[in-house]
Design a protein around this ligand. Structure first.
Ligand code: HAM
Length: 433
């Protein structure tokens, strides 16, 4: 029996892979204009990084991590042995923790330095229950800005993300930007206590998991999908009533900058996001007419304590990530699906096989001149070669025939203009364009 992919994983076939490359390129161009430069960190980190960075009580850490075991460690485990915590490895469920680890390890934000503005693109891994828009391996593009606390960083990040979505072609009316402030270490404890007390008063209506959450991390209950819990949490105390003066000012300034950029948003005091590292600004962009229940196409926020959590000196941070596969679903919903682009500009056909060496030489010359070119590598008649050129959506077909070639000529058909002309064999590159 043929071996197939496990569920939750996807192949990116050529049309989609090409679309993905264009997607990353667009991000690179737009984010580059805001000063973001690329960073590539490994797809595996020590498990401890995610436990400390993302938070033990989050779904991502408590249920969804793929922990990687080397052959040697597997043998140790099977033999009843213990693996040292430094050797416990996990496939990254998100990109922020790894980037922050790299920033600390390589001291990318020395004291007094300008903020480090970093962007990344690549696969992330979460052992979630697969469904449309929810994969076990998915691709994120993300940015992280480390070393600046100013609300202008948050605002420019939000504006940049919305600009990316709109350049991609997701209509502004088919997405909504939700924003909130989660407060800081000064004001959040009182809020957390208020939510805990509120949950205790409604314990009988909450699910077992939420009652458990109330003890460890009550804010996670805002993410519960259970309708009864949702109803209870809808009336829970609002963080915005608990913000300290600094957090309130920071939030107001972020919103003022976003307003000035003409970007609309909805304030959602229940938006807490699924990762524990956030402080102050959090935001999420949801696709409205997506055919998938998983409609968050991107999200992020500020994390002013994460660098210390990972062992660095106090350094504020802000970032976001967006999901390629969910953006693709949102684009399809907007009637902008992935299309098959031509991979060949000039197809070189031969009247008979004896001319293959000349065809081989011509395609090399065309490629050297930067023109995408291909030839017949199989046993095909001229008619079948022309069909193939059509399938490849080649703009031109150069037909090599023995008589013409003897005179140093080649026939070129323009497949779009439906014209044909004869050009010198040695000048095909320059004659075509
Ligand atoms: P996140 O909200 O967990 O944030 O993920 C960001 C985006 O990744 C989501 O909005 C969604 O589009 C996509 N995504 C997440 N899980 C899946 C999945 N299972 N299948 C398909 N797509 C998915 C973060 O990861 C944070 N690191 C963002 C951030 C950066 N915050 C600060 N800096």
């Amino acid at each position: 029996m043929a071996i197939t992919l496990p569920s939750g994983f996807e192949d990116m076939l050529p049309a989609e892979a090409r679309f993905y490359h264009g997607f990353v390129e667009t991000a690179r161009r737009i984010f580059g204009a805001y000063g973001y430069v690329p960073i590539i960190t490994p797809q595996v980190e020590v498990t401890e990084l995610f436990v400390r960075g993302i938070g033990e009580a989050t779904d991502v850490v408590s249920k969804e991590m793929f922990t990687a075991i080397s052959g040697e460690n597997l043998n140790t485990l099977l033999g009843g042995g213990h693996i040292k915590s430094k050797s416990r490895l996990t496939l990254r469920p998100e990109g922020t923790a790894g980037v922050v680890r790299a920033v600390v390890e390589h001291d990318l934000v020395p004291q007094g330095a300008a903020p480090a503005k970093l962007m990344y693109a690549g696969p992330m891994f979460r052992a979630e229950r697969p469904q449309k828009g929810r994969l076990r391996q998915f691709n994120q593009i993300g940015i992280e800005c480390l070393g600046a606390e100013a609300p202008s960083v948050d605002a420019e990040g939000i504006i940049m993300l919305m600009r990316f979505f709109s350049e991609l072609g997701i209509p502004s009316e088919s997405m909504v930007l939700l924003v909130n402030s989660m407060g800081c270490e000064k004001c959040r404890p009182a809020y957390r206590d208020a939510v805990r007390a509120y949950m205790a008063a409604h314990a009988e209506k909450l699910c077992d998991q939420c009652n458990e959450r109330a003890q460890i991390n009550p804010l996670r209950a805002f993410d519960c999908k259970n309708p009864a819990c949702r109803e209870v949490m809808d009336a829970a105390p609002k963080i915005t009533d608990y913000l300290c003066d600094e957090c309130r000012d920071h939030y107001a300034t972020v919103l003022a900058y976003v307003d000035a950029a003409g970007i609309s948003y909805v304030e959602d005091p229940k938006l807490v996001r699924g990762l524990d590292y956030y402080t102050r600004t959090v935001f999420e962009v949801q696709a409205l007419d997506s055919s998938s229940a998983q409609n968050a196409i991107g999200g992020g926020g500020r994390y002013d304590k994460l660098v210390e959590e990972v062992g660095g000196r106090p350094t504020p941070g802000f970032g976001f990530a967006l999901g390629f596969e969910r953006c693709r679903i949102a684009l399809e919903a907007a009637g902008k699906g992935v299309s098959d682009a031509p991979s060949c500009t000039v197809f070189v056909a031969t009247v008979d096989d004896s001319l293959k060496p000349q065809a081989f030489g011509l395609v090399q010359r065309l490629r050297d001149a930067g023109v995408a070119a291909d030839m017949n590598h199989q046993d095909r008649s001229l008619k079948s070669q022309l069909k193939l050129a059509n399938k490849l959506q080649a703009r031109f077909v150069a037909v090599l025939g023995p008589d013409e070639l003897a005179e140093g000529l080649v026939t070129v058909r323009d497949m779009v203009g439906h014209t044909e002309r004869t050009v010198p064999f040695d000048e095909v590159e320059s004659a075509l364009f």
